[in-house]
Write a protein that binds this ligand. Sequence first.
Ligand code: ADP
Ligand code: MG
Length: 739
Amino acid sequence: MVEQKLREIVGEKTAKVLADQLGLISVGDLLRHYPRRYVVRGELTDIESLIEGEEVTIVAKIESAKVRRIPGRKGSILDVIVTDGKAKLGLTFFNQPWREKDMQEGRSGLFAGKVGIFKGKRQLAHPDFLLIPEGEDISAAASDFAGKYLPVYPATGKLPSWKISQCIDLALNAVGEIDDPLPLWLREKMGYPELKDALRAIHRPTKIEEAELARERVTFDEALSLQLFLVQRREQLRSSHQAIKSEKSGTLLEKFDQRLPFELTDGQKLVSREIESDLSSEHPMYRLLQGDVGSGKTIVALRTMLAMVDRGAQAALLAPTEVLAQQHLRNFRSLLGELGESGMLGGASEGTSIAILLGAQSASERESALTDVRSGRAGIVLGTHALLSEGVEFKDLGLVVVDEQHRFGVEQRDALRAKGESTPHVLVMTATPIPRTIAMTVFGDLDISTLNQLPSGRPLISTHVVDAKNRPQHLERAWQRVREEVAKGRQVYVVAPRISASDGSDFIKYGLTGQELALARRLSGEGDDEELHGTKESSSVEELFPHLSSGPLKGLRISLLHGRLKSEEKERVMNSFSRGETDVLLSTTVIEVGVDVPNATMMVIMDADRFGVSQLHQLRGRIGRGSEESLCLFVTKSEPESPAMKRLQAVASTTDGFELSRLDLEERREGDVLGRAQSGVRSHLRLLRVLRDEELILQAREIATEIIDADPNLAANSGLRAEVDKLRDEEHAQFLEKK
Ligand code: ADP
Ligand code: MG
């Protein structure tokens, strides 16, 4: 039985180590702890390719072993040199002189430990090891070595690969029958082995092809349960909820369209039609609108909100930051003009009014906004997560627009959805375009609309990398260009990764505070950003400000924007920049998303290597929004041939968001892609990788749709239902944990 506890078969002590080190509790858990790779018996590991700091298990041949005393102290060191025939690696054992006799020249063994550097040479200090029995000497205890392929497991210092391997042997012998969640017809259709055979083939392959097919099968299992989970959720969302019943009665949208200074692009028209038909359906819309920066999503969202107001209900827009919420407010006000001033003096009769709710707001402002929301006077309600807080009551919420999805999770959407009487429609906008299969996986319960065309007449943005380390004169020239741009009446963004020199965390760069910060941390997968961007020695806006204003940009009107400013201050700074009253906006990434100042034609990003690919792309999207050609400079101190430099050059060479998102996904640990939006399912998806397994995911999606169509509750597919339940339980557990 796969549910059997490990301690019953490996013993109390080992079971505890397996649980503590790898989180493995049941026999099933252990059997799904798959080998990372296989080493071929008799072949040695390439020592040259070992990377410092890695936990490795290698196969090597002993070249020499010598015990020496530690001068002036008690004790001894056993120095062993192993080789793969080309390169050498040192092994050191402290106070174990008796091991010398085991370490006979010419013997092979498995050695496990962390690769360190000592006196410029790679070594494993105090490694765990297992000498490979020679010739006929293969004993029962070393049954690992019976096969041609030795599995190498993800291991830890306390639990080397072969110990895991020994436990797997015990588990494989103990399990007996394993129920296969895949029905026979599907196994046959895919040409996959039974689960039990697949697990055996993965752990104890006799042929490598056999292991590969088995691995594909269990990866497919993961893809299929994920897709079943998503397809089922999608169907349930649609069928179990009644959308707000509303007849179109107003003409606000028509009036708005008459005011629009441009024509909608074909893409915008198409997406608007899709949305329009969703709004007329009896089930709630649940749609993702993705499009590159500047593709005109905001207009589509606003038109959808107006269509909802025309149906007599309210529309809310949830923004990731206060700056962005306020920018939407300004933007909507100017686009709507008098149509957005209903109830105020001079407002149009067929209009509405806009309310904004923020975390940092005076009590009286908040009170009056709440009243407008409750009474229904405000047809359009903007805000940050403050919209989610208790005490915010809508008269009749018909639509929720979530801007820039990547900072909100499923739970936030659900919380907002719960605020409507009947279920509001949901439109999610993301400016991080992602390949379709990934969108399907990450946002698998949403329908997807894509704007893949920019409004015509978009100017060119050229991007260059400035090597500030080896060519400081290029940086001087960059500041000169800023002055020239300003002399032409244009405006410039200068972006830096940190607020002040003393900031430990680059998370600050988001300009988030308090709750927002906690939210962002939680949703983005802890550690990811730290790892990607590092925190050392990068420029801060507080240091740059005096430097630029008294030096290279002396005489220009520079203002400072970051997340620690009070929200009124942020708003004041943004407003004056959009009105053209300041020349240079020196900012952290608070300007990252959505900010729209067409007169800004240049951006200088300091320590650009500290930012992720899609972040750079987002930032760059702030320029090239007017009719003028724009220039973006990535300033970096990275070495010319370094990976960081290559990444910057890649981003500089294209403005295609879809291409860049691929690059971004390839670069980060992929678990995060799945983990970020569907946080709960992460630990059940061990092998699935969204980019590598695109083909498999598409197939799984198709099959999942077929299965759910025929059997919505998986009543006839109990094995699959159990797998999907596991995902759901875990997601639920994690949701509760976060509350
Ligand atoms: P996104 O939110 O997708 O990044 P926006 O909606 O902010 O893009 O649009 C970017 C800019 O393009 C805005 O200034 C907007 O007014 C303008 N815009 C949007 N749609 C069109 C269009 N069809 N024709 C011309 N300009 C447009
Ligand atoms: Mg936008």
